[in-house]
Design a protein around this ligand. Sequence first.
Ligand SMILES: Cc1cc2nc3c(=O)[nH]c(=O)nc-3n(C[C@H](O)[C@H](O)[C@H](O)COP(=O)(O)O)c2cc1C
Length: 153
Amino acid sequence: MQTYRICYRARINWTRLKHALPDEIDHSLNRIRQMNRRAGVTGALLLADEHMIQFLEGSTGPVLETVYCAMSDERLYDMEAIFHEPARERLFPNSLMFFRDLTGSVAASRYPQLRPLIDRPEKLTRDEGLSALHTFAGDVVQSSLTNGMLMLA
Ligand SMILES: Cc1cc2nc3c(=O)[nH]c(=O)nc-3n(C[C@H](O)[C@H](O)[C@H](O)COP(=O)(O)O)c2cc1C
C-alpha cells in the first residue's frame, strides 16, 4: 500500500499547556501513540526551543486526518509545511511517535544536520527536514535489532 508522509513545523503556545512541560509531553505522547496505533501512523516529534517539528507517515487518509487533528490543537500555532509527499517506505516503522527534546541537547552540537531545527527563524527546506529526521531514523532501525519494546518509542 502507498505510504504518504508529512513533515511540518509549528510554534508552541505555552499558555495553553495544562501541565509542566515534562508531564505535558508524557501525557500527550501516551495519547498520541494510542491514537496512532489505531490509525497505523508512525513518525517522530522533535522539540526545539520555541518550535516543534512533527513527521507523520502511513496511509494517506489517516496521515491527513492526524495532521488536521494536530492543526486544531490549541497548543500549536503558526504551522508551516516542510514537505508532504508519497514515499516508498517508512522512516520510523517501529515508532508510534519517536520523541526527542533537542533544546540545549548535545545531539544538536554533535550533528550539524540538526542545527537548522534549533536556530532557524526562516522556513526549513525539505532536504534540511529529511536530513535531520534521518539522524534518528537510523538510530531506531539499528536499535530495533536488539530492542523489541520500540513500539513504545
Ligand atoms: C505536538 C502535537 C503533536 C500531535 N500529534 C498527534 C499525532 O501524532 N496523532 C494524533 O492523533 N494526534 C496528534 N495530536 C493531536 C492531539 O493528540 C489531540 O489534539 C489531543 O490529544 C486532544 O485529544 P483528546 O482531547 O481526545 O485527548 C498532536 C498534538 C500536538 C500538540
